[in-house]
Design a protein around this ligand. Structure first.
Ligand code: NAD
Ligand code: USQ
Length: 398
């Protein structure tokens, strides 16, 4: 039985991935410091869905599936010795690394969240890599990165999977072909940490032959997977607030509570999306297709479709009757951008994407309606501004 450590396995992507891997026959150990639950407490919000404690979730999974998942509460960024001891005991075949502060707005709230995001994300990734080298462990690292490392000024070109071919003119005008990491262009402190992760991966693959897959994931939408649906106690997290809620899930939540859909700026921002059910499948496909020892990191674009924000709002409004509000954009980002992305790698490995067209209203809107009374309307607006010149994205009532 293959052993997998899932760092960040209590989170929105990590929990359903842990269940999926467990169902597929992997021996799963979740490592999480529960920082996400603590940040929610500090922000005065709860998941829209009533999530149970990690222990209750694991007991419920044992009841419904007969399978065991282990849980270790540990801060991967701060507790290096404990991480190394655990890795040495487990000797996992793969480590899936979700354990980072993942909200762009939260990372822009001020000096403390900026410093926390950098310290946490960089140390978490680096501690994992350094521990594997220290222990001489050949575990395949599967890291959740982001589409946002590429930035949004692709000038109409298709974004490749991580590496860009370039031509350099050398001595005597000889042209040399090279492949480099696609130039990074992060839009927030959070996204910046993911670009720095990439460099650490490049170095550790080169210097220590660590086998690494970096998944450049788009915005995840949806809530439930086949596994989390099996018992109310397994329900997945659903962030709706202005810092952690992501755009499509926020629009569905806003529609469910009769709150205008908050389109930032012109809504001309185009982003990459993937359904949570496809996230878990992609992670398993990545684990099953590791690079060889000595290979550079494999980068796969983990996204299935691209959409423009205002078109998403119009779609949700059409399907639900919700109103759309064009609000000030609290972020510093391009008002309009096009986006074309290659995702050939996962399609080739056999991914059959769940599209917005088929899945949009099935589950997430119903979940949002069911738990609408848990929403604190004061926390819905995006109030974190990227620079002092910007205004929060609040709905102005005429
Ligand atoms: P999440 O906040 O729900 O989950 C992250 C988990 O990691 C939390 O349970 C948190 O407690 C844990 N964690 C954070 N720092 C840790 C540390 N130092 N030690 C141990 N555990 C730690 O986030 P998510 O939405 O599940 O995202 C998971 C990963 O996927 C992140 O790295 C994120 O950047 C990436 N990602 C997410 C999305 C998305 O739309 N949600 C899109 C692209 C990429
Ligand atoms: N937006 C709105 N209205 C809202 C919320 C967001 O118009 O109410 C806009 C934002 O201004 C932005 C776009 O929607 O232009 C996407 O915002 P988001 O919060 O959905 O996504 P983002 O901040 O980019 O971050 C999320 C995850 C992050 C992940 C990233 C993938 O939180 O962890 O890395 O998606 S990607 O966007 O591809 O980089």
């Amino acid at each position: 039985m293959k052993k997998v450590m899932v760092i960040g396995g209590d989170g929105f992507c990590g929990w359903p991935t842990s269940l999926y891997l467990s169902e597929k026959g992997y021996d799963v150990t979740i490592v999480d410091n529960l920082s996400r639950r603590k940040i929610d407490n500090r922000l005065g919000v709860v998941s829209l869905t009533p999530i149970k404690s990690t222990q209750e979730r694991i007991e419920a999974w044992k009841e419904v599936s007969g399978k065991s998942i282990k849980f270790v509460e540990l801060d991967v960024a701060q507790e290096f010795d404990d991480l190394a001891i655990l890795l040495g005991e487990l000797k996992p075949d793969a480590v899936v690394h979700f354990g980072e502060q993942r909200s762009a707005p939260y990372s822009m709230r001020g000096a403390c969240p900026k410093r926390y995001t950098v310290d946490n994300n960089i140390n978490a990734t680096h501690n994992l890599l350094a521990a594997l080298v220290l222990l001489d462990l050949d575990a395949h690292v599967v890291h959740l990165g982001t589409m946002g490392v590429y930035g949004y000024d692709g000038a109409g070109l298709e974004i490749p999977e991580g590496y860009q071919q370039i031509m350099v003119r050398g001595e005597e005008n000889v042209i040399h072909n090279r492949e480099i990491l696609y130039p990074s262009n992060p839009g927030s402190i959070y996204h910046m940490t993911k670009t720095m992760d990439q460099l650490m991966f490049q170095f550790y693959a080169k210097n220590d032959d660590i086998r690494i897959t970096d998944l450049h994931q788009g915005i995840v939408w949806g809530t439930q997977t086949d596994q989390t649906r099996r018992d109310e106690r397994l329900i997945n997290r659903f962030a709706y607030d202005g810092d952690y809620g992501t755009v499509l899930n926020r629009f569905l939540m806003q529609a469910a509570i009769g709150y205008p859909l908050t389109v930032h700026g012109t809504g001309g921002q185009t982003r990459a999306f993937i359904h949570i059910s496809d996230t878990v499948r992609c992670v398993e496909l990545a684990i099953s297709n590791p690079p060889a020892k000595g290979d550079r990191p494999v980068i796969r674009n983990q996204m299935t479709e691209t959409h423009r924000v205002r078109e998403l709002a119009e779609l949700v409004a059409r399907l639900t009757g919700a109103k759309v509000a064009m609000v000030d954009n609290p972020r510093k980002e391009a008002a309009e951008n096009d986006l074309r992305v290659s995702n050939a790698s996962f399609l080739k490995l056999g991914l059959h994407p769940t599209t917005l067209a088929e899945g949009l209203m099935n589950d997430t809107y119903q979940v949002a309606q069911k738990y609408a009374d848990r929403i604190n309307r004061e926390r819905v607006a995006a109030s974190t501004i990227w620079t002092k010149n910007q205004k929060p994205g609040v709905v102005t009532v005429e």
